[in-house]
Write a protein that binds this ligand. Structure first.
Ligand code: KG4
Ligand code: ZN
Length: 335
């Protein structure tokens, strides 16, 4: 396929990262600025929506200015302004969407509203493997808000095969992190604690008994809670609990992914989203799936605007444009 040209400024503010990036041709990162709010929300043990949107307002302008400066570009050099339209927190999304609308209107540039999940999926096009990608692909998106398996048959063409029936994988990591007294966000903290624990110390439920492609993590979270209550809080075997919980999540994710990969004859398995940073998930997926398994670099697993720019490229070259009066869609679906 011949390469089609685009230079896109992308903006992402769906949750607790304020990010702006300039992406060329959907694959090259000219800049990608991420202002994380983790320190701000750590005291609440999770994202505080009001606080998140206020911080987005404070930093959006300098973040966009820095993304343009690092890319050595002015607004007039761009072909399009892309922004996360949903899913996400309404107040947070509004800040990015209004900034993007203002820039597009002010400079007469096309605007593209992008689905955040599709952004995660396109983080794989920002890797060295971009030229090797051949459809159909199976993509597992595992983040704080989603755990979804998609069959991707072409650019922008998705079939939803399954998803979580209750908690998302990242949500389970964050809740269990809190139970174990680990700092927010729980995912990276559990990943770290698990390195010094035994994955077989406790036997937690897998919830993979049915033959479909859905997931369920709330029973697992309850099982961990019950187990923690058996210990004196000062003597909690945090590392073993973390390793055993992580092993249960990873086993469920890999089992279903492996099953779907076989059922649909895909060329590769892609992992995306914050939980795809998990070291045990990356290792086990590689060991158990008999196909190329591709993962984004760690910096592109969690929320960032570069992935939004990558997804926007394919829409842009296919002629899609959003109206300048788009609204945020907090529960936006991909398919
Ligand atoms: O994609 P993301 O940045 O935001 C959403 O779209 O939700 O994902 C954030 C989630 C959090 O739940 C966080 O705990 C989890 O990704 N996460 C991890 C790891 N790094 C981040 N979970 C497990 N292991 C990790 N290393
Ligand atoms: Zn995300």
């Amino acid at each position: 396929m011949t390469k089609q040209f685009s230079r896109i400024l992308a903006i992402e503010t769906s949750c607790d990262e304020t990010s702006a990036a300039v992406i060329e041709n959907g694959t090259t990162i000219l800049s990608n600025i991420v202002a994380s709010q983790i320190d701000l929300h750590a005291q609440y043990g999770g994202v505080f929506p009001e606080v998140a949107s206020r911080r987005h307002i404070e930093v959006i302008y300098p973040v966009v200015a820095q993304a343009l400066e690092e890319a050595h570009m002015g607004l007039d050099d761009l072909d399009c302004i892309a922004v996360t339209q949903g899913p996400g927190l309404v107040g947070s999304l509004l800040v990015g969407v209004n900034m993007a609308k203002g820039l597009a209107l002010g400079r007469g540039k096309p605007l593209l509203g992008v689905n955040h999940i599709e952004g995660h999926i396109y983080s794989l096009w920002l890797t060295d493997a971009a030229d090797e990608i051949e459809f159909p692909i199976l993509t597992l998106v595992v983040s704080g808000g989603h755990t979804e398996l998609y069959l991707m048959t072409g650019h922008g063409r998705y079939q939803h095969l399954g998803g979580t029936l209750d908690d998302a994988a990242g949500e389970a990591f964050d809740k269990v992190g809190r139970l174990l007294g680990l700092p927010y966000p729980g995912g990276p903290a559990i990943d770290k604690a698990a390195q010094n624990g035994s994955p077989t110390a406790f036997k937690f439920p897998r919830a993979v008994m049915d033959d479909g492609f859905n997931f369920s993590f709330s029973g697992l979270k309850t099982a961990v809670m019950r187990q923690t209550k058996k210990f004196n809080p000062d003597r909690l075997p945090v590392n073993d609990l973390a390793a055993s919980f992580q092993a249960a999540v990873v086993d469920a994710l890999v089992t279903k992914t492996e099953r779907a990969a076989q059922a649909y004859g895909v060329t590769a398995v892609h992992l995306a989203g914050g939980v795809s940073a998990n070291s045990a998930l990356r290792r086990e997926m590689n060991e158990r799936v008999d196909l190329p398994v591709r993962v984004p670099p760690l910096a592109l697993c969690t929320d960032n605007a570069a992935m939004i720019g990558a997804a926007a490229h394919w829409h842009f070259v296919n002629g899609r444009r959003s109206n300048l009066d788009i609204d945020v869609i907090p529960s936006m679906e991909l398919v």
